[in-house]
Design a protein around this ligand. Structure first.
Ligand code: ATP
Ligand code: MG
Length: 175
């Protein structure tokens, strides 16, 4: 899967709509401290279905919504969209996650309302996702080195594109 565009509005420090094209060969983001590098990576993980507010450096998921500054009022929603291309498929995939204060998160794939699970399965089948080792955020290298064997296995399974199988097996066992 190749992620081609990242659009965000009201997400953390990106209060105004931003539309970023991700060209082949992009491997890192540089900029001064506090300019939003980590926020961008978090936006990518968030739209892929990240459920841990802590890993987004917040205490609750609504903390991703622009909280306001001395000169600008807070927003009441945040939205992140990515446009991705799957190998051997013609159509692009547009995935959107939106959170509103007091209303939680909602997801859409190509304009259709879907469950969080549909989004994480779509990424798992494409061997990527919110926890993909391809997204190297601050402190991740140390975390991989220090990971327990079980956690390291999960990283390998995700890279191999079989993480979705476990989810489906658990589902099948519950039915
Ligand atoms: P560093 O180089 O220090 O790692 P960085 O470029 O990774 O910096 P980020 O951590 O992405 O920077 O951005 C931090 C900025 O985002 C801070 O100024 C912080 O106030 C702002 N920020 C985070 N969450 C929100 C929010 N919900 N509303 C408004 N601003 C936010
Ligand atoms: Mg950072």
């Amino acid at each position: 899967m190749q992620i081609k565009r990242l659009r965000l509005t009201g997400f953390k420090s990106f209060v105004d709509p931003a539309d970023l094209r991700i060209e082949p060969g992009l491997t890192g983001i540089v900029g001064p401290n506090g300019c939003g590098k980590s926020n961008l990576l978090e936006a990518l993980r968030w739209v892929m279905g990240e459920t841990s507010a802590k890993s987004m450096r917040g205490s609750g998921m609504e903390d991703v919504i622009f909280a306001g500054t001395a000169t600008r009022p807070a927003r009441d929603f945040a939205e992140v969209a990515i446009v991705a291309e799957l190998p051997e498929q013609q159509d692009e995939l547009e995935i959107i996650r939106r959170i509103e204060r007091g209303a939680g998160s909602a997801y859409r794939i190509n304009g259709r309302d879907v469950r969080a699970k549909d989004v994480s399965l779509a990424f798992a089948d494409a061997a990527t996702g919110a926890h993909s080792p391809a997204l190297v955020s601050q402190g991740r290298i140390g975390a991989i080195i220090a990971a327990k064997p079980g956690d390291r296995r999960a990283m390998l399974e995700e890279a191999a594109g079989i993480a979705g199988l476990h989810v489906r097996r658990r589902d099948a066992e519950q039915k």
